[in-house]
Design a binder for this molecule. Structure first.
Ligand SMILES: [Fe+2]
Length: 443
């Protein structure tokens, strides 16, 4: 066993890893591309860059360090609540070089604060929380920036090796696994860097259910398309059908019909057009598409509690694990995370990441839509500010779980909760389906 780093060392490593990724995602483009808006859904990349620095200044330099503000004039420009993404290109933003200098200056001070800060004694500092929060914030923006790269037109600028092929035994896996009924611990009180919406730990009773062993594949999703799934309102929630018609959805985002091969599909991925790999999890579907597919398949999306139970409940000990495979940090053998690859791995990959229930790829590859609305757990307390989670509660957003190939391990664990509008498709989201066990077993 490698010794656990101290909270201070863990924070330093996490902040450095986040910064290396931020720079890799921005240094590969020229100034014009960094300032351009590649989609009305996204900020110019140079906005994300300086926003990362502004948040770090607010939380680490001013709040944690008690130091004077470096650039208080930037606060309104980089306040995500004040300016919707579509407005951001018109703001008097820092240019790329100014933004790079700004984030570097903030980082120098933040590292100095980290070296002297307590790592216990108050919720903000306990276990290095506030530093971990900022590392997660930067990595979350890095994933958003990766989504901007995917939306960008033009020749490819990102490269990564292909994920490893699925093991031979993947073909023999059952299509679904049983998660037996009973209580489990949802959420956490003990994970030092867990965010407010993951807390507090509480007991949830879940009836037994069947869950897909792996996320739904491109090949399976194509059957839904071939079967006329996009033309049949019966499969769609009413709002989903209206949205499908309005937006004329016919396939996942970035799918292109292959003119040379009737019924075949290509996909665009980070500037490359290539044959659609049938055995990879489907990605870039909105919640309405996932919901419609599940109904067509005679199934449903799992609830958030079902998903989390499958991803961490260990029936042998009754404990909830930090990750499906146990409490160890994610390594390359466990899950497709950290932008190590620029696509999901084939379904059935990562046997070392298998959950106690037998499900695979619960972490990494694709975010998984659940049927649940985003809300606070019983006993929720906003910390350290309501705008982190609380303002998003109330039913407008659906919960996604598990992280994607573009999610860093620091912002991915079996308790981690993501949320988005049910129409969103630019995120790296897929899904798996479930069904009640009691009905089918007894009935
Ligand atoms: Fe942010």
């Amino acid at each position: 066993m490698t010794p656990q780093p101290t909270p201070r060392e863990r924070a330093r490593l996490a902040l450095e890893a986040a910064r290396a990724r931020t720079l890799a995602l921005t240094d590969c483009l020229d100034d014009a591309e960094l300032g351009a808006q590649h989609s009305p859904l996204m900020s110019p990349l140079v906005w994300d860059l300086a926003h990362i620095g502004n948040q770090e200044e607010i939380w680490l330099v001013r709040e944690a360090g008690g130091r004077p503000a470096l650039r208080p004039d930037l606060d309104p420009l980089y306040d995500a609540f004040r300016h919707p993404r579509a407005e951001r290109p018109a703001l008097p933003l820092l240019g790329p070089d100014q933004a790079r200098r700004f984030v570097a200056e903030v980082r120098d001070q933040a590292m100095d604060v980290l070296a002297k800060a307590p790592t216990a004694g108050s919720p903000l500092f306990e276990g290095g929380f506030v530093f971990g929060m900022l590392a997660q914030h930067e990595q979350q923006h890095d994933e958003t920036m990766l989504a901007t790269h995917q939306l960008r037109q033009g020749p490819p600028v990102l490269d990564a090796p292909a994920p490893p092929p699925a093991p031979d035994e993947a073909a023999l896996l059952p299509s679904e696994v049983l998660v037996p009924a009973g209580p489990f611990t949802m959420g956490t009180d003990t994970d030092a860097w867990a965010l407010d919406n993951e807390r507090p730990a509480h007991t949830v009773r879940v009836a037994d259910f069947w869950l897909d062993t792996a996320p739904v594949s491109n090949a399976a999703y194509q059957q839904f398309i071939d079967d006329g799934g996009y033309q049949e309102p019966e499969w769609w929630a009413p709002e989903g059908w209206a949205h499908r018609q309005r937006e004329q959805l016919e396939a996942p985002l970035f799918w292109i019909r292959d003119q040379d091969r009737p019924g075949g599909w290509l996909r665009r991925r980070f500037g490359r057009t290539e044959p659609l790999p049938p055995d990879q999890p489907v990605v870039h579907v909105c919640w309405y598409e996932a919901d419609a597919y599940a109904r067509w398949a005679g199934r449903r999306l799992p609830t958030e509690a079902e998903w989390e139970k499958a991803a961490r409940h260990d029936p042998d000990t009754g404990r909830s694990l930090r990750h499906p495979w146990g409490d160890q940090d994610p390594g390359p053998e466990h899950a497709n995370l950290a932008q190590r690859h620029l696509e999901p791995a084939p379904v059935g990959s990562y046997p070392d990441g298998t959950a106690p229930c037998g499900a695979r790829q619960l972490l990494g590859d694709v975010w998984e839509w659940t049927s649940s609305d985003f809300d606070g757990y019983p006993g929720f307390t906003a910390f350290p500010y309501a705008e982190y989670s609380e303002v998003f509660f109330g039913g407008d957003y659906k919960v996604l779980r598990g992280g994607s190939f573009g999610t860093d391990p620091v912002a991915c664990r079996s308790t981690f909760r993501n949320w988005d509008y049910p129409i969103r498709r630019q995120i790296f989201a897929g899904f798996r389906t479930a069904r009640d066990a009691r009905f089918s077993e007894d009935g």
